[in-house]
Ligand binder design. Structure first.
Ligand SMILES: Nc1ncnc2c1ncn2[C@@H]1O[C@H](COP(=O)(O)OS(=O)(=O)O)[C@@H](OP(=O)(O)O)[C@H]1O
Length: 466
């Protein structure tokens, strides 16, 4: 019989396993040298095992014949051991004595990065006896850039635009999510979050980690073409203020100050965002998650809920409508307390189907912005309408991140690409009466929002009805 044609390691590694019943293989997308290994958004087969997860052979290219370099990972040995080995320290067998000490001696990975590992890629990832088609050294780094929300505000477009930049790399995403990662979503300990984040972070090959300047946290690679940011993208985080604490805890385990991380928030006209979310929740993949209510029913219910929510906040937080006030310790404490006290109690209808409440952006932003010591350094707010109409808006965001826009030939095409449009194909639009009702409802919240975010917007106001 004719032997099967041998495929090279790179093409094997860049082919997604495909989804049974959905056309088999797919998912190969080629872009720049950096984004190629990242924009590939893998969808696991339904019977996926852990072994399916990142197929990494292509990341590093052909195996190097250079001797493995010694490496240093996290700033002190105890922290490093905690991240490396987790809570239970198993005694490692057959490790030559002194090897670890020798490895730690000279090479320094950027702070927040997990150790280099030598990884082998087999032709069949699930078969331990399959031939090896690639071998390389890898390390992973914790995320340092977070797109935190808001859902249905064009965050997928923002995400795609950011990861198109050669110095931004994305983490491996959840299936069926257009790149969302959800690393910190469920309640979990800081350590577990850190481990999960590390596991899911894009692998960094030793070649460019080696060039990273020691002692420059988050500067993942100071060389001209390496990544500076590892991007975590989960738009639902904005309504889960506890996530901020978990993120910062995980970064602390990696030896990183949360103040060095960047948080980006995208907003959209509140009424239009509410409709977009309702459309999504009436076209769910799993039918039982579909919201049976009409938009008007959901809005009437939502306005009542959102009013109560706002009232709960306003009782104590009236003095906190601008960033300077927020910095006062007393106001910080108030915001932290209210974020817990006022959070909707029943999750599903109150958050996943909270079309109106989620558009009252002011209250969701407060707990994310209050703890920031230098809000203009750590947070940027982008309005979808500005982002789409005015390409300089994206350039402003890149400047906030210290990234150069000159790598893009056509920024307009990048920002105006309409990713993740309504699942009904955009058939539903707001009637003038619906738009007016919702605009009137949001006016007081929008006024507070403008005061709060003006310094992070790069302009005086969001432009939403006030
Ligand atoms: N460039 C551009 N111009 C106009 N509209 C745009 C653009 N990019 C994204 N969108 C609209 O944003 C909606 C999707 O938002 P998200 O990607 O944040 O959704 S999600 O939370 O990630 O599911 C979705 O809105 P609807 O179509 O109204 O549902 C997208 O059409």
């Amino acid at each position: 019989a004719k032997p099967e044609k041998q495929e090279d390691a790179v093409s094997v590694a860049w082919r997604s396993p495909g989804v049974p019943g959905e056309g088999g293989e797919g998912g190969v997308r080629r872009a720049s040298k950096w984004s190629r290994r990242l924009s590939w958004s893998p969808r696991p087969p339904r019977n996926a095992t852990r072994k399916w997860l990142p197929e990494l052979g292509g990341v590093c290219g052909p195996p190097s014949d250079v001797e493995p370099l010694p490496f240093e990972t996290l700033p002190d040995a105890r922290r490093r051991a905690r991240v490396e080995e987790g809570p239970r320290k198993k005694k490692k067998k057959n490790r030559p004595k002194g090897m670890r000490r020798r490895l730690l001696s000279t090479f320094t990975l950027p702070v927040g990065c997990a150790p280099l590992v030598r990884r082998r890629t087999r032709r069949d990832a699930d078969d331990d006896d399959a031939p090896i088609v690639g071998e390389c050294d890898l390390a992973t780094c914790l995320p340092n850039l977070f797109v935190v929300g808001v859902s249905k505000a064009g965050t997928t477009t923002l995400f795609e635009a950011l990861v198109a930049h050669p110095r931004v790399v994305a983490m491996f995403s959840e299936p069926f999510t257009h790149g969302e990662t959800h690393v910190f979503t469920d309640p979990r300990s800081d350590r577990e979050s850190a481990m999960r984040a590390l596991k899911r972070t894009t692998p960094m090959s030793r070649d460019f980690l080696r060039r990273a300047a020691p002692g420059t946290p988050w500067r993942l690679d100071e060389a001209n073409d390496g990544p500076l940011y590892v991007l975590e993208y989960t738009p639902h985080y904005i309504v889960l203020p506890a996530v901020r604490r978990r993120v910062c805890g995980a970064l602390a385990i990696g030896g990183v100050d949360c103040g060095d991380a960047k948080f980006a928030f995208m907003l959209r006209d509140p009424a239009r965002r509410a409709l977009s979310q309702w459309i999504m929740k009436t076209h769910m993949r799993v039918p039982r998650y579909n919201d049976p209510r009409s938009f008007d029913e959901a809005v009437a219910f939502g306005m009542e809920r959102a009013t109560n929510y706002a009232r709960c906040w306003d009782v104590a937080a009236n003095e906190t409508s601008n960033l300077d006030d927020l910095r006062l310790e007393k106001n910080r404490r108030t915001v932290a307390t209210l974020a817990q006290r006022c959070a909707p109690k029943r999750f599903e209808p109150n958050l996943f189907q909270a079309y109106v409440l989620k558009s009252a952006y002011y209250y969701q932003l407060l707990p994310w912005l209050a703890p920031l010591d230098a809000p203009t350094k750590s947070a940027a707010v982008v309005v979808l309408e500005h982002f789409v109409d005015d390409p300089t808006e994206f350039i402003r965001l890149l400047a906030f991140l210290g990234l150069t826009p000159s790598v893009f030939d056509d920024i307009h095409a990048l920002v105006s690409a309409r990713h993740n449009p309504a699942r009904d194909g955009g058939l539903n639009t707001l009637t003038p009466a619906q738009k007016l009702t919702l605009d009137d409802f949001f006016r007081p919240y929008n006024r507070k929002l403008d005061t709060l975010v003006a310094p992070l917007l790069g302009r005086a106001a969001t432009g939403y009805p006030t």
